[in-house]
Design a protein around this ligand. Structure first.
Ligand SMILES: Nc1nc2c(ncn2[C@@H]2O[C@H](COP(=O)(O)OP(=O)(O)OP(=O)(O)O)[C@@H](O)[C@H]2O)c(=O)[nH]1
Ligand SMILES: [Mg+2]
Length: 224
């Protein structure tokens, strides 16, 4: 049996029990597991091919353990990731604090990792709006500030789950030729060189080699 080629590494991050494993289960196996909650130990991996236009992109999804005990390990899993799904539970405000922690971590690391903020368990607030602890617009503002995408999902009903992963694959497909070179000082985020002449990834060490350059977030040239 040959190993599946993975195009884009995706990492799931967030406080324990926010629903990271459930999101992956829903997306990959189209099911929601009922029964006692089983926390992830270390991390789990699954590869999932996804159709983007005429192409098939295989996402390699690392589902990390949310417990702070495993924090150092989670850092290993986001290395080289193209997308980080930073999850928080819409009914638990402390989980959003933890999401902010992961965003800071990702901003400070040297990876080209696009951030997706994911508010989970929205079926619970559909049932009882008083359970909502995280305001949609506050997160939307935060997402815009950091150049992230923002989704609210339910792994129980499947609401917005396919849309989230589809967006991850599409964004990957659209940025496949963008390479890390430095940081935009406006966004403290890596910015990228697009070299349309080459399909081979290479790191641009000299700005003069760079044909198009700019910040992924604001599309300006705020070079550091
Ligand atoms: N109602 C509802 N419950 C959910 C949803 N997603 C997860 N849960 C429940 O939340 C609990 C935790 O879910 P997990 O997916 O195991 O959480 P996790 O983030 O992987 O947790 P760790 O592995 O410990 O980091 C389980 O009891 C799930 O059934 C959802 O969308 N709606
Ligand atoms: Mg888990």
């Amino acid at each position: 049996m040959s190993a599946m080629r993975v195009d884009a590494k995706v990492v799931m991050l967030g406080k324990e029990s926010v629903g990271k494993t459930s999101l992956v289960e829903r997306y990959v196996h189209h099911r929601f597991l009922v029964g006692p909650y089983q926390n992830t130990i270390g991390a789990a991996f699954v590869a999932k091919p996804i159709q983007v236009g005429e192409k098939v992109i295989t996402l390699g999804i690392w589902d990390t353990a949310g417990s702070e005990r495993y924090e150092a390990m989670s850092r290993i899993y986001y290395r080289g990731a193209r997308a980080a799904l930073v999850c928080y539970d819409l009914t638990d405000s402390s989980s959003f604090q933890r999401a902010r922690f992961w965003v800071k971590e990702l901003q400070n690391c040297e990876e080209h990792c696009k951030i997706y903020l994911c508010g989970t368990k929205n079926d619970l607030i559909e049932g009882d709006r008083s359970l909502r602890q995280i305001d949609y617009h506050d997160v939307q503002d935060f997402a815009e500030e950091i150049g992230a995408q923002h989704f609210e999902t339910s792994s129980k009903t499947g609401n917005n789950v396919d849309e989230l992963f589809q967006k991850v694959a599409e964004d990957y497909n659209n940025t496949a030729f963008q390479y890390m070179t430095g940081k935009c000082f406006m966004h403290i985020r890596p910015f990228f060189c697009m070299n349309p002449l080459s399909q081979m990834a290479f790191r641009v060490v000299n700005w003069s080699q760079c044909i198009f350059r700019g910040c992924m977030n604001c599309h300006n040239n705020n070079f550091d």
